[in-house]
Design a protein. Sequence first.
Length: 178
Amino acid sequence: MTIQAQATEAAIPGKPTAASRTTLSHIMTAADTNLLGTVHGGVIMKLVDDAAGAVAGRHSGGPAVTASMDEMAFLSPVRVGDLVHVHAQCNWTGRTSMEIGVRVMAERWNESTPAQQVGSAYLVFAAVDADGKSRSVPPVLPDSERNARRFQEAQIRRTHRLARRRAIRELREQQPDE
Ligand SMILES: CC(C)(COP(=O)(O)OP(=O)(O)OC[C@H]1O[C@@H](n2cnc3c(N)ncnc32)[C@H](O)[C@@H]1OP(=O)(O)O)[C@@H](O)C(=O)NCCC(=O)NCCS
């Protein structure tokens, strides 16, 4: 479905991308390291989930749960003393779900060198009500050409996610475990 069609069809007024965009920043310490002495991937993933969750909550105006996280890429190691910035925004909305795109940047906490991208991820959040049941979300209104492109790319990922899930489900139904 196109962005315009979604916005027209939705009963809830849309919200621009900028309305829920969020940045979460954190200085990495020795408590965040793995056995190699660099920052544990799980620490970064927690920050990614936290930042994306804040965007999903802000965009949907209520509770939202992580349904999936994919294409988590770690581009460079993160070190103790790095100031990590996790930028998150709503790329796409369906009826009850949202794709949140996340970019992870790192810079030395006490130097004025530019931040480098160290990771990225896409998460799907489902908006839920007090009983944990799915609820409708406002359509996201991409507010730039870049965000319109991100919407289209997210739609492609969505199509692939659903197709993969369906194909695996069908295969399992044909070949049930003994
Ligand atoms: C996510 C959850 C609410 C989906 O429940 P469900 O019964 O499958 O609900 P639905 O089929 O109505 O799906 C709701 C929306 O989420 C999407 N969705 C569900 N599972 C998905 C997945 N694995 N990947 C991508 N999207 C997914 C659906 O496509 C639908 O989106 P749409 O309405 O925009 O088309 C449910 O599986 C859940 O509560 N999971 C646990 C969440 C959680 O605890 N997260 C924290 C992990 S520690």
